[in-house]
Design a protein around this ligand. Structure first.
Ligand code: SF4
Ligand SMILES: [Zn+2]
Length: 396
């Protein structure tokens, strides 16, 4: 008698656009250690803050919608901090703990001093300053336009270059989360001094796009980034564009959707830049690698700044302009971004299969050494190829 062999379980690997694909593009080896390893990431700063600011903006919107909190600015201690605490708890339950130099973690009895200067908790550390600025700068303009918050997107694509018996699956899943603004809400607020509407109305590509639709109904999709605006010659600049274009493709397949007229990214660190950010902005300005250049006083302050000086006071106008980026929607660019992510998935799948077949982690996954990423990487002590100038050992 012959026994039948149990067939392999049918899996469709599911990739999150930010958590997997963008993370892999940053550094493949780091991605493997962070996301697929049994080693938990100890303190992925970028990851924690990105998740935190996303959560804060969503929760702030819900509170604005459901409670009587229509007046801005919101007070940090009584209105913003409680939201931060909700999000912090939510992230902790997923194993994401705040870096204590970014976020004061003490809000319950029996707290310790930790990294804070004194026991007068809560302290408004970097993450809180940015959360407050994000809510008070964009909340008044953004919240009234939101139609649908935290829309979960999910789609299925053919596995690129599928090979029977070699590939893990013939399909892969792709996921993301966005906020959706609707044309209906935009019309209601069109006579107000809404900054987002003003920026959209001044954009000829947006106007043309809207006119091209059969129906008057359309959408604008939104995402938040807990980082500074990347220089226009950087890979991240393109990756973020692909991300939003792919979101619009995923959105278009949902039944309740209207055509997407534009994508908007918010680079929220621009609202409260710290030393590292100012240094980067200065480099972008000097090399003319940014699409939002400073003028007059702002330009002077940025060009004269050096790391021993205090952080310069930049104008609100400049900071606001740098914190918002519009993404054009057109068929060709959407197809291009989908192909780009197909390639990324193909790469990740190849690495995964190599590792399953016993090639070992370091041989299967490709490091992408780059100073900023390696400096903040938890795995540089055992990475085979870190960027040479990033310190191999850091003392906390
Ligand atoms: S040290 Fe650099 S190259 Fe190595 S895993 Fe970390 S980010 Fe990647
Ligand atoms: Zn504190």
């Amino acid at each position: 008698m012959s026994l039948s062999v149990r067939s392999k379980p049918y899996i469709i690997p599911e990739y999150s656009l930010t958590g997997d694909l963008l993370s892999y593009l940053t550094c493949g080896l780091q991605y493997r250690y962070q996301n697929k390893g049994t080693l938990p990431p100890s303190m992925p700063i970028q990851l924690w803050f990105g998740e935190f600011i996303h959560g804060v903006m969503e929760e702030a919107y819900l509170q604005w919608r459901d409670n009587d909190l229509k007046e801005f600015p919101w007070d940090w201690k009584t209105q913003v901090r409680p939201i931060e605490e909700i999000i912090d708890k939510r992230l902790r339950s997923r194993g994401l703990y705040p870096p204590s130099n970014l976020f004061c973690p003490y809000y319950e009895e029996g707290h310790q001093q930790g990294f804070c200067d004194d026991l007068e908790h809560p302290h408004k550390l970097v993450a809180s300053q940015r959360a407050e600025a994000a809510i008070n700068t964009w909340g008044p303009h953004l919240f009234p336009l939101i139609d649908n918050a935290e829309v979960r997107l999910k789609g299925i694509r053919d596995m690129p270059h599928y090979q029977k018996d070699i590939s893990r699956s013939n399909y892969y899943g792709i996921t993301g989360v966005i906020d959706v603004l609707s044309s209906v809400n935009m019309e209601v607020h069109s006579s107000s001094s809404n900054l987002i509407l003003k920026i959209l109305e001044e954009d000829p590509i947006f106007k043309k796009k809207v006119e091209s639709f059969d129906s008057k109904k359309y959408e604008v999709i939104i995402d938040y980034k807990g980082m500074k605006r990347p220089p226009v010659n950087s890979p991240s600049w393109n990756h973020h564009q692909w991300q939003v274009l792919t979101y619009s493709w995923l959105r278009s397949m949902q039944n309740d959707s209207n055509p997407v007229a534009k994508g908007i990214l918010f680079y929220l660190n621009e609202l409260v830049p710290f030393k590292g950010d100012i240094g980067d902005i200065k480099a972008d300005v000097k090399s003319e690698n940014t699409d939002v250049m400073p003028l007059g006083e702002d330009k002077n302050k940025i060009l004269k700044w050096h790391s021993k000086k205090d952080i310069p006071e930049l104008s609100d106008n400049f900071k606001i302009k740098r914190s918002i980026r519009l993404i054009d929607m057109d068929y060709e660019s959407i197809q291009h971004s989908l192909r780009e992510f197909d390639n990324v998935v193909e790469d990740i799948e190849k690495c995964t299969v190599a590792e399953i077949n016993g090639a070992g982690i370091q041989k299967s996954w490709h490091p992408r050494p780059e100073k900023r990423t390696c400096d903040a990487c938890d795995f540089k002590t055992f990475c085979s190829n870190p960027e040479p100038s990033s310190q191999r050992f850091s003392v906390p």
